[in-house]
Design a protein around this ligand. Sequence first.
Ligand code: PA5
Length: 444
Amino acid sequence: MKINISKAQQFVTAGAVEALEPQVMAAQKALEQGTCEGNDFLGWLHLPSSITPQFINEINATAKVLQENCDAVVVAGIGGSYLGARMVIDALSNSFGWLQPSNMPRILFAGNNIGEDYLSELIGYLKTVRFGVINISKSGTTTETAITFRLLKKMCEEQMGKDVAKKVIVAVTDAKKGAARTTADKEGYKSFVIPDNVGGRFSVLTPVGLLPIAVAGFDIAALVKGAQDMEAQCDLNAPVKNNPAAIYAAVRNAIYQSGKKIEIMANYQPKLHNLGEWWKQLYGESEGKDGKGIFPASVDLTTDLHSMGQWIQDGERTIFETVISVEKPNTSLAVPSDEENLDGLNFLAGKRIDEVNKMAELGTQLAHVDGGVPNIKISIEKLDEYNIGQLIYFFEKGCGISGLILGVNPFNQPGVEAYKKNMFALLNKPGYEAESKAIQERLK
Ligand code: PA5
């Protein structure tokens, strides 16, 4: 993985990025020594290097049970309890699920919304297959996930019988507390623990992400190896110039301080759409607080050059761009030549599709820089488990450092509670009587 900030540095005053080095080092030290705010949630920091081959074997063994007994596996979870798994599975899967030659179960995601049609349609499909459920919730009480699990548990037991259901329902939750833990223990489900000191959005390298990724048939050992190597590269003792997470944290803060408040993550591979979704949660939930924080947005290019491209090129100059560039595609396809050349495309004949994509990428970078958009380029060699593992740790470490430079606690999310309180009051949840009364007054 490489990071190139030359096209971002030209937008900030000379030396602005370097000037943040002391803050970068202080942030790294605070993370390492556990002296920063949110220090009870630093379990992600050395998580990759703490993962043992035995633990990977245990996850793979559980994945095998699901693979052998299910045509589809539903991952029930929301926020940090699903975005990481979805990102990795999408990045590594065939773009069109139905063409996939593998005999792995189809991975479906639910419990991340409360759409009645979504759930009804999911249930409609599950009636036709043998399915399992991975119920993922750290708190074990999240409403979206809990409603979904209640529906799926009942259905799984009715459709496959209680004994099989016990085999194909797995819980990933807290060691002791929460309804998901109570149910798993009572029903005798296989379960994995989400460590107390790892917050949801930093949990993709725990069973939260590793189990669904393994069930999908991907090599979690290689994913973890990529993260381990990046953990070593981003070590506190590495010079900042060799530490990509430190460079990223410094440059995005320098740009933010220069007045650009929105960071757009751009990819040129449709499979990376959900990298943007995972990254938005990681950075948005970590940094958007106390009236501060870069707003993380994402686009899929070149697709969105035909929609958001106008805004990026020409709209209010408050944005900067972080591009994820994949150096080599995993397949090979060239533009064919055509005798008649009716479409005028013979100038591309024989060129790889990826070469056209790369020229679009370079042309877009130059155009956006000309249009006043600072550009950070993050390159990975190819889409595989190892490279995605590197990206995961890089972004996590960058987020921890960046949030501390910004001066917030990157590891809490107090703002997420506001909607829940109102929703529970509106639904007359026991314990919310006073809030219900107040909200009814407000709605009069
Ligand atoms: O990052 C976070 O902490 C959140 O996005 C949580 O992952 C999300 O709210 C789901 O919580 P839980 O796993 O407790 O169901």
